[in-house]
Design a protein around this ligand. Structure first.
Ligand code: C2E
Ligand code: MG
Ligand code: MG
Length: 938
């Protein structure tokens, strides 16, 4: 028969029976049923108490009634000592009520003495049940104990956060199976990878074998259903559901739980090489407690780490800011060095474990230009790509993305080639970077910190703010430099053309000259620029200056410097010319600029031409100072201007004196204009046929305070070149008109001629001036103007226009110095004149040079032919006067009649003048009658 209490297992039986026979019968019933019995029999209370001290029964068989003692009392006494030992009443006679009472009081069964046959079964059941209960109680106590141990480890104040998880595992490895047979593993899976976080046996941590790693991976792979779940196999070889890898690793018994903590998934697994009976509910509970305890611990650890991290980051951030400020405020570090130091420092401190490279870029159009680079070791980026001055297309950099998103600062922990946001060739191999874009000094800039490795630690807001702080330094530095450069630029450059201004051209080229052996200075002066200003206005004048300056600058070769040193004067510095010929070659190159037309900026796209005079001087290394070379070029320029249109003059010794003279003349002339130092002298015109004075020519004189009387030849050409003539012209016009008005009051036929300057000849301003005079009552028929043949021929059409207008007004026009200006007869035909004045050079040669006489005769006949009156100019002797008369010249002007005189003397001369014909003069001369002083005041 089966024995629930265990076959052959000794059953210690305490029999409480006062009847020895009955006791024997009961025991025999048990042994007869094949049970192994060790028994003690007591017959009263005292015996019972004594027996319980030495004997621990598995079962108590108790009679119900004794003298002075009963079954209930016995039950009480037994349970006082052994509450879990089952007691069966074995009674001769028992009422039903007492039987029920007996069972209620704690007895497990009752058997009648009359049917002892039932006793073995009752005993067997009672002992079995008691032993099972005892085992259960043991298990529960064990569960409590192992949970208590777990709790102790988890809350051990001596363990640091990182050590708690391995310690829990180590304890659990022992407790899960109740011996050292189990090994414990904790595996974390993040993304696609798994890591064994800890593994332990009861003896401590242990290495994970290859097959074990595969077994763990199999567990992770098969438990990915997202919910916390515990699975177990008592014998992996016998269980169909166990992954094969478990048995391969030699694992027979496995219990595993999957849980999530701190954002990752974990697999907790225990494995033993021995199979076990099925894991109990206690084990499952234990696993649950373990899992929640580990999850809690992992979370606490993660929190701790992140707090610790945050503190650490804040500390590191403060340190790196401090380091940056020290560099910024270090007055010993200059400019770009400061940039490099800052970038180096930033590259080191963004992530000390990982190498970075700091670069500072200026954005220009489609490109970015590297202004500074600083790097830490191990940045892992391609080094050949980025150096100072490197140019990259913006589109090939993450900068393009940040600009497009219009966010100042961005960071990428891991840029991949497949990143949809950044579809670009990673020229430098950037994987992690922080970028900030800002504007300063009129440009856009980028500060970039980049690494060739993905960020080992996520780039956080503190990192970005560090880069922004750095950028703010760069920004203010760039702004300062820019403002400084702008001020310097404004001080050194001409605002209109952007070329160096006078003082900076001089200082810059002076220091260049100090370094070089030879050099040349060329000065370029636009001819008659004031005329462009006068006739087109200053806006056009400015446009032309800008055009010319950019043309000259465009002509300059590397090393040559172009500056604007006066309103229409440019200077060019030519370094190291191999020879003086090379200098002239270069200068001709610059002069070539004036062959083109220049835009006026006018809406009708009008263009004008202009010419320039150029003076050049070469420093030959003869010790001449820079100032000397400069003033030599200036002197050569003055000569070039004097020589006329488009001259290039190379300096020759002596030119400075001439230039000085001109400079002095310029200032004296300015003083003369301002101080009214001019006077008109008058020289009469006499009609040869009648001897009558018909008019006069007004000739200007300058009373120089030191040099005395100065004749027009000495200052009129200069005034014309310098533009100072305009004021002189106005003065002459007014003075001549006033005198003509006075003189004509008494002599209605008298005509006063005055000389027009070259620029007046073709300018209708003179016409307007006469119209104005006419309106003021000036008798214009008493006025004539003289235009030299050379001036008239310069622009026949313009002169013709002015002359026609003047003649309409009644003003006579004389063509002066005729015969030297090479006019063609056809142009004479188209010019409407009244008078033709034979140049003095022919008249003075009349008596001695047959050619002069022939020319004079021709001129007279031309005048007759065209209907002009002829005037012989500069006739000094009676012979010359007579020749003119005889050859049909109508008028004469010359010392032979009278020298030019101031107005008072002239008025007196007129009053005393008696008309004499040439014949009369000749007769007098023959009779040696002295000529009256007032008649011929030579
Ligand atoms: P021009 O218009 O041909 O004037 C005649 C010049 O011949 C005058 O010289 C006059 O003094 C000089 N002359 C007259 N008769 C004789 C003579 O018998 N012998 C010699 N040797 N010379 C004689 P001046 O006054 O020195 O003027 C020189 C030139 O200066 C003028 O030549 C004229 O072209 C210019 N000029 C004079 N006054 C003015 C003026 O008010 N305005 C302008 N724009 N030019 C003037
Ligand atoms: Mg004249
Ligand atoms: Mg003349």
């Amino acid at each position: 028969m089966t024995n629930a209490a265990g076959r052959g297992e000794l059953i210690r039986t305490l029999v409480i029976e006062d009847n020895e026979l009955d006791a024997g019968l009961a025991l025999r019933a048990l042994t007869r049923a094949g049970m192994a019995i060790e028994s003690v029999v007591v017959e009263d209370e005292a015996g019972l108490r004594a027996a319980l001290i030495t004997f621990v029964p598995d079962i108590v068989l108790c009679d119900f009634s004794f003298p002075g003692f009963d079954g209930f009392a016995a039950l009480r006494i037994v349970h006082e000592t052994y509450p879990d030992v089952p007691l069966i009443f074995v009674s001769g006679a028992i009422s039903e009520e007492r039987a029920a009472l007996a069972l209620q009081s704690g007895a497990v069964d009752y058997v009648m003495k009359s049917s002892l046959i039932r006793l073995p079964i009752a005993v067997e059941r009672a002992v079995g049940a008691a032993r099972l209960a005892a085992r259960r109680a043991d298990r529960a106590r064990w569960q409590v104990k192992r949970l208590e141990r777990l709790w102790r480890v988890a809350t051990d104040p001596l363990l640091r956060g990182d050590d708690i998880v391995p310690a829990i595992l180590q304890q659990a490895a022992v407790d899960v199976g109740g011996d050292d047979a189990f090994r414990a593993f904790l595996v974390r899976s993040a993304g696609t990878g798994t890591t064994v976080v800890a593994c332990a046996s009861g003896a401590g941590s242990l290495p994970v074998g290859r097959t074990e790693a595969a077994a763990l991976q199999a567990l992770v792979d098969t438990s990915r259903d997202g919910t916390n779940r515990t699975r177990s196999w008592g014998d992996t070889t016998a269980s169909a559901g166990a992954p094969g890898a478990l048995a391969v690793a030699g694992w027979r018994a496995v219990i595993t739980s999957q849980f999530a903590a701190g954002g990752d998934n974990y697999e907790l697994a225990f494995a033993s090489n021995e199979p076990v009976e099925l894991f109990s509910d206690h084990d499952l509970d234990y696993m649950n407690v373990l899992v929640s305890s580990l999850a809690h611990q992992i979370q606490v650890n993660a929190l701790e780490i992140s707090l610790r991290d945050e503190e650490e980051r804040a500390r590191v951030h403060a340190q790196r800011l401090e380091a940056s400020w020290q560099i910024v405020n270090d007055a010993r570090i200059k400019d770009v060095d400061k940039w490099l130091r800052l970038l180096n420092q930033a590259a080191d401190s963004i992530s000390p474990e990982q190498g970075y490279r700091g670069t500072f870029w200026r954005l220009e159009g489609e490109n970015m230009i590297c202004e500074a680079v600083g790097e830490s070791a191990k940045h892992g980026l391609r080094s050949d790509v980025i150096k100072i001055g490197a140019v990259l297309p913006i589109a090939s950099s993450p900068v393009a993305v940040i600009i497009a998103s219009a966010i100042a600062t961005r960071s990428w922990d891991d840029i991949r080639a497949s990143d949809p946001e950044i579809t670009l060739a990673q020229a430098s191999g950037t994987r992690a970077c922080i970028l900030t874009v800002f504007k300063a000094g009129g440009a856009s800039w980028v500060l970039s910190l980049a690494s060739g490795q993905p960020a080992t630690k996520a780039i956080g807001p503190l990192d970005r703010s560090f880069v922004e702080v750095l950028a703010s330094f760069f920004s203010s530095h760039v702004q300062q430099r820019w403002q400084f450069a702008r001020i310097q630029y404004q001080q050194s450059h001409d605002a209109l053309t952007g070329l160096l201004n006078r003082s900076h051209f001089r200082s810059q080229t002076r220091s260049l000259a100090a370094k070089g052996r030879t050099y040349a200075i060329a000065l370029v002066d636009i001819n008659a620029f004031h005329e462009i200003n006068d006739s087109f206005g200053h806006v056009v004048g400015d446009t032309v200056i800008v055009e010319v300056s950019s043309a000259l600058a465009g002509q300059a070769q590397p090393g040559e410097v172009v500056g604007r040193i006066g309103s229409d004067v440019f200077a060019i510095y030519i370094p190291d010319p191999p020879s003086a010929d090379d200098v002239m070659e270069r200068v001709r190159g610059f002069a070539g600029v004036f062959r083109r037309m220049f835009a006026t900026g006018a809406r009708n796209k009008e263009v004008i031409s202009c010419t320039a005079s150029i003076g050049a001087a070469v420093a030959q290394g003869d010790g001449s100072t820079f100032e000397t070379i400069f003033s030599r070029a200036d002197a050569a320029l003055a000569i070039a201007k004097e020589r006329g249109i488009s001259e290039i003059v190379a300096y020759e010794p002596g030119m400075e004196r001439e230039a000085q003279r001109r400079a002095l003349l310029r200032s004296d002339l300015a003083a003369a204009i301002a101080g009214n130092q001019f006077e008109l002298y008058f020289q009469p015109h006499v009609e040869l046929g009648t001897g009558r004075v018909t008019g006069c020519e007004a000739l200007i004189r300058w009373h120089h305070p030191q040099r005395g009387l100065i004749f027009p030849d000495q200052f009129i050409p200069f005034a014309e070149q310098t533009g100072m003539i305009t004021e002189i012209d106005t003065w002459v016009l007014n003075e001549a008109i006033a005198t003509a008005t006075t003189l004509s009051a008494k002599r209605p036929d008298f005509r006063l001629y005055f000389n027009l300057s070259g620029r007046q000849a073709g300018d209708s301003a003179i016409v307007r001036a006469f119209i104005k005079a006419a309106r003021a009552g000036v008798p214009l028929r008493n006025i004539g103007v003289e235009i030299t043949e050379t001036d008239a021929m310069r622009s026949v059409r313009a002169t013709g226009r002015v002359c026609r207008a003047l003649r309409k007004l009644g003003v006579h026009v004389a063509i002066d110095d005729f015969g030297v200006g090479y006019s063609s007869l056809s142009s004479l035909k188209s010019l409407p004149f009244d008078v033709l004045k034979i140049d003095r050079s022919f008249v003075s040669g009349l008596m001695t040079d047959g050619h002069d006489a022939a020319i004079a005769r021709t001129i007279i006949s031309i005048a007759d032919h065209f209907g002009f009156a002829s005037v012989g100019e500069g006739a000094e002797t009676p012979g010359e006067i007579e020749w003119l008369w005889k050859n049909g010249c109508r008028y004469v002007q010359g010392y032979g009649i009278a020298r030019p005189m101031p107005i008072d003397a002239f008025t007196l001369w007129l009053a005393n003048y008696k008309a004499k014909t040439p014949e009369l003069r000749r007769a007098r001369a023959r009779r040696r009658i002295p000529v009256l002083r007032h008649e011929l005041p030579i």
